[in-house]
Design a protein around this ligand. Structure first.
Ligand code: ZN
Ligand code: ZN
Length: 361
């Protein structure tokens, strides 16, 4: 944990969720997604469910968290340390609810069967995106954590950049980035670091291999850090040994122009699909429309991929406080690929970049 960051405003989240229950057609909600449990309560344990109704919230967890849970949860959240038979706890808390929501994206078949057995009088109703919709707009404490994670990733890349040279393997470069992030205070990497060189860079989600980088290769490095649960996400594309010229450089330049076109569209009130369209039209103008085979970006926070998605089919709009990536790429089989990605905070009239590593060699 990095000292001096403002605290996230956890206390207001459960009241905000309570206002959404009616619209979702439920009297209560069983939150099974642990990331959502953390967001709503502050509890960081690896097991637990949160029972939410108009009267408040009860965190049900086990004996491993007897001390941790009461110390972490925000005011107003009760904690139950349940033994092997949790049924009485659920019946007591939710037995009067006629319609109980279950998070469709995380509740398992087994969860559904268990709760059907316990709450015999209730209708179980699938809900989608309730807590996730609250998580889209970040408060100052959340932005500070993502920004701190981004700064760690920036510094790690600066430290490691000289090692992206002929003779180094993808796996070595990835390990060096991970090590540098941990040494600078990251509690983890935000996701499995991607370092992909030469032909492998044409695979958008390549895994680092033992392939040794060769002079002139394109290399895609996609990585991020975690600070207090919050993630950063950044991609930089290099030429090994700083070589220049050829189709590889055309790709790098074209994607950089496309990313800037997307970033230039980012602001409060702009349709999500417009950012995607700006990147896509730019790459189409460069003859690379077919080579851009993924969405333009995604929200970043406690999860590496969260709402909102910036894709051609997205229907919502950007809002101040969203933290999103803009990450167009172009991938040509046999030659290689390029992606430029930044994590940015959406503001009233534009954006503020949280990842800041330079984009030129
Ligand atoms: Zn990424
Ligand atoms: Zn990303």
């Amino acid at each position: 944990m990095i000292d001096g960051l403002p605290s996230p405003e956890v206390a207001g989240r459960l009241p905000a969720l309570a206002t959404l229950l009616d619209g979702a057609g439920v009297d209560a909600l069983v939150v099974t997604n642990l990331v959502n449990v953390r967001y709503l309560t502050g509890f960081t344990g690896s097991a637990g469910e949160l029972l939410v109704d108009a009267g408040g919230a009860l965190l049900v967890t086990d004996g491993r968290y007897r001390e941790q849970a009461p110390g972490q949860v925000t005011a107003g959240v009760e904690v139950a340390i349940a033994g092997p038979d949790r049924r009485p706890t659920y019946v007591e808390r939710l037995g009067g609810a006629a319609r109980v929501g279950l998070e469709a994206g995380s509740a398992t078949w087994a969860d559904q069967r268990r709760l059907t057995g316990w709450l015999e009088e209730a209708d179980l109703v699938p809900t989608e995106g309730l807590v996730e919709s609250l998580r889209e707009v970040k408060d100052a404490g959340e932005v500070a954590r993502i920004e701190a994670a981004a700064a760690i990733a920036d510094a790690a890349l600066e430290e490691v950049a000289d090692g992206i040279r002929a003779g180094a393997s993808e796996r070595e470069v990835a390990a060096a980035l991970d090590h540098a992030m941990r040494c600078r205070g990251a509690e983890d990497r935000a996701f499995a670091t991607i370092v992909a060189g030469g032909p492998n860079s044409a695979l958008p989600h390549a895994r680092p291999s033992d392939r040794v980088l060769a002079s002139g290769d394109l290399v895609v490095c996609d990585f991020g850090a975690v600070v207090d649960g919050y993630r950063s996400d950044m991609t930089r594309s290099f030429r090994v040994d700083g070589r220049s010229g050829g189709r590889e450089d055309e790709l790098r330049d074209a994607v950089r122009v496309a990313q800037q076109a997307g970033l230039d569209r980012v602001a409060d009130g702009v349709p999500l699909a417009e950012v995607d369209a700006a990147c896509r039209e730019s790459l189409e103008a460069s003859g690379l429309g077919e080579a851009f085979a993924h969405g333009t970006g995604h929200g970043v926070g406690l999860d590496i991929h969260e709402a909102p998605a910036l894709s051609g089919s997205a229907t919502g709009t950007l809002r101040s406080g969203h933290v999103v990536t803009v990450e167009p790429g172009a991938y040509l089989a046999g030659l290689g690929g390029v992606r430029w990605e930044d994590t940015v905070l959406v503001t009233a009239d534009g954006h503020r970049a949280l990842t800041r590593a330079p984009k030129a060699d």
